[in-house]
Ligand binder design. Structure first.
Ligand code: EPU
Length: 337
């Protein structure tokens, strides 16, 4: 356990925002977590995982708990499947690489997503046709008030697009300590139908596609489109892709026949927010220390010393322009504090 006072959180959030925590405690094992929770009142705690899906706009006048509990183990195996448990503090991408090294299939499309394993269920991370929920078995979490452990099954988690029970009913109530995934040992189900993956595989000259090739293709696409947070602070997609009613879509389609769209329910259409922002002429837009990324308009970036407030202001400007041009309300995907 490492405890520091008045600590900068700059290296703990991928936006690279330099706010301070009253107290920062890095936790390396469950016993440490229990002893810290026992001493601190729940309302004076702020839980931090990989810091990849948050925008910090002010100093945190609380005890920030950085979950850094490592460890990966196989908990069960059948002829076809392996059940792998990862502790919450494992880096997501390193965990994915570990599964691929063992030739376990399922998570390859989720390569290079920033963040930690423990926070991945909260927003049901997803990319290139796969969501965490497709391979999730359960997670263990500790109740911050009672210190009791609870196992959440996939059903308990109420997963939805970038959403789960941890963002709703039990928000702030639990800390996830480990996650179990069900992965294939052979006959892997390869999902390459997401356009860009096939193109990348072709460019790489791959004919007999395997899970590692898919991972490499995803890494290649992400590196081309998405800025590396180590170089340019960002939090991935800043907004969710909005879902609009069919009636509104029909109206918009007349003006913008080329607008990409995906049917998600009987009368609901999902529109890529990146396309809307791009179409509004904001791709590559820069405002002092902040900007809209030049290759993927859904990503807001910190050019160096931006404050959280500056990024928040830029996000509001983007929201206002999209509302004015398309009458669509963009909802942030990142958590704002
Ligand atoms: N588009 C543009 N201009 C842009 C960006 C996108 O016209 O600047 C268009 C693309 O041409 C395409 C459509 O919008 O027709 C969708 O773009 P893309 O395939 O890049 O995906 P996305 O909807 O923008 C989502 C996720 C990403 C994930 C990708 C790939 C959300 C909010 N974002 O982005 O997730 O990597 O799909 O599956 O669902 C993240 O959550 O942080 C994240 C990066």
């Amino acid at each position: 356990m490492k405890v520091s006072q008045n600590a900068s959180l700059k290296s703990y959030n991928t936006f690279g925002i330099d706010v301070k925590a009253k107290t920062l405690i890095s936790i390396n094992c469950i016993e440490e977590l229990i002893s810290v929770l026992d001493k601190n009142y729940a309302d004076d705690l702020f839980i931090l995982g990989g810091g990849s899906n948050m925008l910090l706009t002010q100093n945190i006048d609380a005890t920030v708990i950085h979950i850094d509990i490592k460890g990966i183990e196989v908990v069960r195996e059948t002829e076809e499947f392996v059940f792998v448990k990862s502790n919450a503090g494992e880096n997501w991408h390193e965990f994915v690489l570990h599964t691929l090294e063992n030739n376990w299939g399922g998570l390859e499309n989720l390569s290079l997503i920033p963040g930690n394993v423990g926070t991945s269920p909260i927003q049901n991370i997803g990319a290139y046709g796969v969501e965490l929920k497709d391979h999730f078995v359960s997670c263990d979490a500790i109740d911050i008030q009672t210190l009791e452990f609870k196992t959440f099954t996939a059903e308990d988690c109420e997963f939805d697009y970038r959403n789960s029970i941890f963002k709703n009913k039990v928000k702030g109530k639990y800390i996830i300590t480990s996650v179990v995934f069900k992965l294939t040992k052979s006959d892997h189900k390869l999902l390459t139908n997401y356009g860009a993956i096939n193109e990348a595989l072709d460019e790489m000259g791959i004919v007999n596609v395997g899970i590692r090739d898919i991972s490499n293709a995803v890494i290649k696409i992400r590196q081309q489109k998405l800025p590396d947070p180590k170089i340019l602070g960002n939090s991935g997609s800043f907004f969710k892709n909005p879902v609009i009613h069919n009636q509104q879509f029909e109206i918009l389609k007349k003006e913008f026949p080329e607008m990409p769209n995906y049917l998600v329910g009987k009368d609901s259409i999902k529109i890529p927010a990146g396309w809307l922002i791009d179409k509004a002429g904001l791709k590559g837009y820069r405002e002092e220390n902040t900007g809209v990324h030049k290759n993927q308009a859904l990503v807001l970036v910190n050019y160096g010393n931006a404050t959280g407030e500056e990024i928040l202001n830029l996000s509001r400007k983007v929201q206002a322009e999209i509302l004015a041009k398309f009458n669509i309300d963009l909802e942030p995907e990142v958590n704002i504090f």
